[in-house]
Design a protein around this ligand. Structure first.
Ligand code: ADP
Ligand code: MG
Length: 678
């Protein structure tokens, strides 16, 4: 067995279980070993059962005294009981609705069992005891619990991992000087301890080493990409088209200072014979789209094609309308390609992209399908980049040669962090909103007082305005008592909004229907939109002045800020009302932050403090960034250290270091593109 062996050959796995594990992303031994536990359970080995505490998880050696008859209980459950003894002391093992469980036990035999105990005034009961094989009673145990699904049990998972660990040795991959310098344990030890730690100390030292490992490799990748880009990055040397002056004169508004600055930065990149790799950050509503339009226009006037990809059809449609409007005085061919483009039209567009008839294409994921080819693509723009996976972005940039790349995001990344995370990208920031924007009046209310919030919404509608109501769920869910689009729609339709035109929108709806509703909302025919976060990114309806967010405690602050940015886009005073189940201080504190600030950067920093970066950046997605155990926020100090050591390694000419570098270079080249955003 080696780390690349297929898991179906592991003892006890077999083809059916293999398929189930595949669904968890586990295909070979390496995947299995990198499937790290979510948590650990302390199991105490108790010598005397009378010493155990209520609710403690224990492991104990005992003998079966008596297997009692099953009992049928009133609530239709069946209770099975075994009476165990440990020396003089007796205790009961109980199972509900698992009549087969007792079959593993025989009278008078001894077993080592584990389970949680209730200690009720000295009367001890273990719930759902399980037999533990191949174990000894000499130490307490730390048992890993894994994030499993599809009926894979934790016991089974622990067992196959321990089998694998018996049959494999893992080769070291950090240079010796690093191991010595930080007294890291070996990779082999670290992997063993992360899965079955012999002690808390060993677990902690495994975590420390693995976190460093991830962040070190990550930093090396970023730094080497930067090198690679410097030396292998031929670009197209665009000129500044004379028509740009005319375009700027004819824009529907004056650019803000920040917008002009960013346009300049991009044009400077375009003039170079190096390719552009630029990240444009700008708060919601700061006007990133126009920057993309102006710079794409320059590329087109140089005789090249430009493409812009958005994460949703609604957004692609909106960009398409804006670009047509802004460039209406110029004879360009601009088209839209999305999932709901008819097959006939799609074919035509593909031909026109290939033969160069189309100058600018706006679209969704449809743009990165294999058979979409360009004649001479010069620039691509990815809007709301965090909504796309790395591979999608890579496929997009592989549509052309030496193209300039602009990615845009409204998710502000704190500066300290972006240096480490986006080392391979140049960053532009729009830190100013267009003039005349009003402050959005933000408040929060308990979910229980939603009544007068809807009444307020109605009064705004009666003044001619429009309203968004965002829910965390689409359908009702028994387990999670949260607002859902469908239930709320029915409720509002039947009550407050019975004589108002309202509609619902959510992601899984057919695109055609979704687009129709969005169009009607834009024209003002629909007054209130009950929706999920599909409307989170970019949607622009200036007449909408009220944003109500249901169960807002379920959303990240950065996301709430994005949602709030959907209103306050026109001349009328706008409101954002956060309905929440205020169950604790943290919820209240987070809501207060939203009220206090309208600055996306500040909110993002606060958001990070209260919940970690994982979700915000999609970092924890296995395989995207390679970070499984490290958290860029929590572990920022390790990140800094790893970054500086990575720089040392790159400079080094020591043979061992060169070997490490070569391995990583190989990995970078395997992925078809050298762009690494996460
Ligand atoms: P975002 O950065 O969130 O993508 P958009 O590009 O959608 O923002 O711009 C938001 C709105 O502001 C649009 O209606 C756009 O036309 C308008 N806008 C952009 N720049 C300016 C400006 N300099 N002055 C006035 N309005 C502007
Ligand atoms: Mg936008």
């Amino acid at each position: 067995m080696d780390i690349y062996s297929d898991i179906k050959y592991i003892k006890g796995v077999g083809p059916i279980m293999a398929e189930t594990l595949n669904k968890c992303g586990i295909f070979n031994v390496l995947d299995l070993l990198l499937y790290f536990p979510r948590n650990y359970e302390n199991v105490s080995a108790v010598k005397n059962i009378m010493d155990c505490e209520d609710n403690q998880k224990i492991i104990v050696e005992c003998t079966v005294l008596n297997i009692l008859k099953d009992q049928r209980l009133k609530n239709n459950k069946t209770l099975s009981t075994i009476l165990f003894c440990q020396g003089e002391n007796k205790f009961k093992g109980k199972w509900f609705n698992q009549t087969y469980a007792k079959n593993s036990f025989k009278n008078s035999n001894s077993y080592i069992i584990t389970g949680k105990v209730n200690n009720f005034k000295g009367e001890i009961t273990m719930m759902n005891p399980k037999i533990v094989k191949n174990t000894s009673m000499d130490t307490n145990k730390i048992i890993a619990t894994y994030p499993l699904k599809n009926n894979v049990t934790n016991n089974f998972f622990n067992k196959i991992i321990s089998d694998v660990l018996c049959n494999i040795e893992i080769t070291e991959n950090l240079p010796k000087w690093l191991l010595d310098k930080y007294r890291f344990c070996s990779l082999d030890e670290a992997i063993r301890s992360i899965h079955s730690p012999k002690s808390l100390e060993l677990l902690n030292s495994a975590k420390k080493r693995l976190k460093f490992q991830e962040l070190f490799t990550y930093s090396l990748k970023i730094l080497m990409l930067k090198e690679f880009i410097k030396t292998n990055n031929d670009g197209i040397k665009f000129k500044i088209a004379p028509e740009l002056t005319t375009l700027k004169e004819r824009l529907p508004f004056n650019l803000t200072k920040a917008q002009s600055k960013v346009v300049r930065e991009i044009l400077i990149d375009q003039k170079k014979d190096k390719g552009m790799n630029r990240l444009l950050q700008g708060d919601v509503g700061s006007g990133k789209t126009i920057v993309a339009i102006i710079t794409m226009f320059n590329v087109v006037k140089n005789g090249y094609q430009a493409a812009m990809m958005a994460p949703t059809e609604i957004l692609a449609n909106q960009h398409y309308e804006e670009i047509q409007n802004v460039l209406k005085d110029f004879p360009l061919t601009i088209k839209l390609l999305t999932g709901s483009t008819t097959p006939k039209n799609k074919e035509l567009i593909k031909q026109e992209l290939k033969n160069g008839t189309i100058d600018v294409i706006i679209g969704t994921h449809a743009l990165i399908e294999d058979n979409v080819q360009f004649k001479n693509l010069g620039m691509i723009v990815t809007d709301e980049q965090h909504r796309f996976g790395v591979s999608q972005r890579n496929r997009f940039s592989n549509k052309g040669k030496n193209i300039d790349i602009l990615v845009m995001t409204a998710t502000p990344i704190p500066r300290t962090l972006s240096l480490y995370l986006y080392g391979d990208l140049d960053v532009s920031i729009i830190d100013e909103l267009p003039p005349g924007r009003q402050n959005i009046d933000t408040s929060y209310e308990s979910m229980t007082s939603s009544r007068h919030v809807y009444e307020f919404a109605l009064s705004e509608i009666n003044k001619g305005r429009q309203v968004y109501i965002v829910c965390p769920l689409v359908e009702e869910n028994e387990e999670m008592k949260l607002s859902s689009v469908q239930v709320l729609y029915e409720k509002l339709k039947g009550e407050y909004f019975n004589s108002t035109e309202i509609a619902m929108v959510y992601g899984k709806m057919p695109s055609k229907q979704k687009n129709e509703i969005m169009d009607k909302f834009k024209t003002g025919e629909i007054k209130a939109l009950i929706c999920t976060t599909v409307i989170e990114v970019g949607v622009n309806v200036p007449n909408a002045t009220v944003m109500i967010i249901e169960n807002s405690e379920r959303f990240g602050l950065a996301q709430l800020h994005q949602l709030r940015g959907r209103v306050g886009r026109g001349e009328h005073k706008s409101y954002c009302i956060l309905l929440a189940n205020i169950t604790n201080k943290i919820v209240r504190k987070r809501l207060e932050i939203m009220i206090k600030s309208n600055d996306g950067f500040f909110i993002a920093e606060e958001d990070l403090k209260t919940r970690g970066a994982g979700e915000l950046f999609g970092f924890k997605q296995h395989g995207e960034s390679g970070l499984i155990i490290a958290d860029v926020i929590e572990d920022i100090n390790i990140l800094k250290l790893a970054n500086s050591e990575a720089k040392e390694l790159i400079k080094s000419n020591n043979i061992e270091d060169i070997k490490v570098k070569n391995e990583i270079t190989e990995k970078i080249q395997q992925s078809s593109n050298y762009i690494c955003f996460n």
